[in-house]
Design a protein around this ligand. Structure first.
Ligand SMILES: Cc1ncc(COP(=O)(O)O)c(C=O)c1O
Length: 470
C-alpha cells in the first residue's frame, strides 16, 4: 500500500487513543479545519512578505506569535515546526555555553541529550523518586531537589542552566514553583519541558495543575500536538524574565530550524493556542477533562488497575498488576481495536486527547475482561528497578566527544568497564537508558540486560563503546 493510502486506511475502524491529541482530525479547531475545504495545497506558501516566519520582525507570523505570547502571559514566544524536540534544543543551546554543566533529571527526553552533543554541554543528571510497581519515575519535591543541589555543589562544576519536566509523559506533576525558586536561588535559568502540559497554561479546568509559566520558569516548551490540538510537529517556546536574551534564542532557532517553515504547521500552532484561550472553545475542552475523570472513575470502580495521574487525559493501565508486560498487552489491544500511545514494560498508557470518547468506558472494560481471561497470566510482575545510579550521575567524558569518538560494538554482557558511545532509548517514551559518555559498571550492564527482557525487541544485544581515546 502506498503511504497516502496507508495514512487513511491504517486502524480505520479502531479507537485512536494516541497522540496527536486531535484524534485523527476529530478535534482539529474549526478555523483550521476550514483550510481543508479549499483546494489541497493552496495553503502551502513560502515566507512571503505578508506572512514572514518565526524569526522575522514583520508579517502575520510575527504578529501571531506576539498575540499568543500575550495570551499566555509571557514576554516572547516562537512557534516551532520540529516538535518540542526542536524547541527544547534551541532553549538549552541558548541557555548554556560549551563545556558548561546543565542539571537535568534522569528521565529527560532524548532531545536534550542531542542538545548536549550539539552544544558540547556537560549534563549532570539527578535521580528521581521511582514507582517500582509500574516502572515509572515520578516528580521530585523541594526536599529532594535540595539534596540534589547539596551533592551538585561538591562537584565544583560550573552550571549554566537547569531543566525540569512538568508533567511527565504519564501526566505526573509536582508543585513546581518551589523547585524553580530553588534553582533561581543558584542563579541558573530554568527550562521546563512542558511538552505534555500545554493545557495547564490556559487554566481550562480548575483541577488541572498549574503551569510552570505561572511558577516563573524562564523558558517553557509546549508540544502543541501532544497537549493541544495542533498537527504533529507543532510546538511553542516561551520566554519570560531577563535571564535569557531573546536574541540568543533566535540565533539557536536559526541554527536548528528549517529556513522553509511549513505555513500549514504555523497556522496550526496559532489555532491550537487560540482554541485553548477562546472562552467559547474552552468550555468544550473543559468537558473533555471532566469526561476523562469520569472514564477513570468508572473503570477503577470495576477493579481495572488504572494508575492515578494528575492529567485526566491519560489512562494508565497497570498491566504488570496481572502479570502482563505492557508491550505484549499493546499488541492485544491493537488487534482488538483500541490503539494506545505508550506501551512500556509495566503499563500501557492511553491518551484520550481532545476528541469525545463516547462509549470508551464500556468498550475498555469489555476488552480488559477479555484480555485477562484469554491471556491467562497469574500474579504480578516483579517490581521494576530504576537505573542504578546515585543521587547525581555525570558522564565519564563529554557526550559530544563520546558521540564522535572511534567506537566498537561489544555485547552488553562484555561492556563492563567501557564507556558508551551511544544513546539507547526506546521510543516512546524516549527516556535514555544509557547516554554517550556514560561509564558502564557491573550494575549498569546487569540492569541493561534486564531491560532487554523488559523491552522485547527494543534494545540491541550489543552496544557501541569508545575504542580509542583522543
Ligand atoms: C517529555 C517529552 N519531551 C519532549 C518530547 C519531544 O516532543 P516532540 O515529539 O514533539 O518533538 C517528548 C516526546 O515524546 C516527550 O515525551
Amino acid at each position: 500500500m502506498k503511504l497516502p493510502q496507508l495514512l487513511i486506511e491504517l486502524h480505520k475502524s479502531s479507537q485512536s487513543l494516541y497522540l496527536p491529541a486531535h484524534g485523527r482530525g476529530q478535534a482539529l479547531p474549526n478555523d483550521f479545519r476550514s483550510l481543508f475545504n479549499c483546494r489541497a495545497g493552496v495553503w502551502d506558501l513560502p515566507e512571503l512578505e505578508e506572512i514572514g516566519g518565526p524569526l522575522e520582525r514583520n508579517g502575520a507570523i510575527a504578529k501571531s506569535q506576539e498575540n499568543s505570547a500575550k495570551k499566555i502571559g509571557v514576554k516572547k514566544g516562537w512557534y516551532g515546526v520540529n516538535g518540542a524536540t526542536g524547541c527544547l534544543q534551541a532553549a538549552l543551546l541558548a541557555a548554556a555555553r560549551p563545556g558548561k554543566g546543565v542539571l537535568m533529571p534522569r528521565n529527560v527526553h532524548k532531545s536534550l541529550i542531542g542538545a548536549c552533543v550539539l552544544g558540547d554541554l556537560f549534563p549532570i543528571f539527578f535521580d528521581l523518586p521511582y514507582l517500582s510497581d509500574r516502572g515509572h519515575y515520578s516528580s521530585p519535591n523541594a526536599k529532594w531537589l535540595e539534596e540534589v543541589l547539596n551533592q551538585v555543589q561538591t562537584t565544583g562544576i560550573e552550571i549554566d542552566a537547569a531543566v525540569l519536566i512538568h508533567p511527565t509523559y504519564h501526566g505526573y506533576t509536582c508543585n513546581i514553583k518551589p523547585l524553580v525558586n530553588l534553582l533561581h536561588e543558584k542563579g541558573w535559568p530554568v527550562i521546563v519541558d512542558e511538552a505534555h502540559g500545554t493545557h495547564f497554561a490556559f487554566n481550562i479546568h480548575p483541577e488541572l495543575p498549574k503551569s510552570s509559566i505561572e511558577a516563573g520558569a524562564d523558558l517553557v516548551v509546549h508540544s502543541l500536538h501532544k497537549s493541544a490540538q495542533g498537527l504533529s510537529q507543532t510546538a511553542a517556546l516561551w520566554l519570560q524574565g531577563d535571564r535569557i536574551d531573546p536574541k540568543t534564542i533566535e540565533k539557536t532557532i536559526a541554527c536548528l530550524q528549517t529556513t522553509s517553515t511549513n505555513a500549514l504547521l504555523l497556522a496550526s500552532c496559532e489555532s491550537a493556542i487560540e482554541e485553548l484561550s477562546n472562552p467559547k472553545t474552552r468550555k468544550r475542552l473543559r468537558k473533555r477533562v471532566t469526561e476523562g475523570k469520569q472514564i477513570y472513575e468508572k473503570l477503577v470502580s470495576q477493579g481495572i488497575p488504572l494508575l492515578k495521574t494528575q492529567d485526566p487525559l491519560r489512562l494508565i493501565l497497570n498491566t504488570s498488576h496481572v502479570g502482563l508486560n505492557g508491550v505484549e498487552a499493546d499488541k492485544w489491544f491493537t488487534k482488538h481495536g483500541l490503539v494506545a500511545e505508550l506501551p512500556e514494560p509495566g503499563c500501557l498508557t492511553f491518551c484520550l486527547g481532545w476528541a469525545p470518547q463516547k462509549g470508551l468506558a464500556r468498550i475498555f472494560a469489555k476488552r480488559w475482561k477479555e484480555l485477562i481471561t484469554t491471556q491467562k497470566k497469574w500474579g504480578r510482575l516483579k517490581p521494576f528497578r530504576p537505573i542504578p545510579t546515585s543521587i547525581i550521575t555525570m558522564p565519564s567524558m563529554s557526550p559530544r566527544i563520546a558521540f564522535q569518538a572511534s567506537s566498537k560494538k561489544v555485547l552488553i554482557e562484555e561492556s563492563i568497564g567501557e564507556i558508551s558511545a551511544e544513546l539507547i532509548s526506546p521510543y516512546p517514551p524516549g527516556i535514555p537508558l544509557i547516554f554517550p559518555g556514560e561509564f558502564i559498571n557491573e550494575k549498569k550492564a546487569e540492569w541493561l540486560i534486564e531491560q532487554r527482557f523488559n523491552w522485547p525487541n527494543k534494545i540491541p544485544d550489543d552496544i557501541s563503546v569508545i575504542s580509542k581515546f583522543g
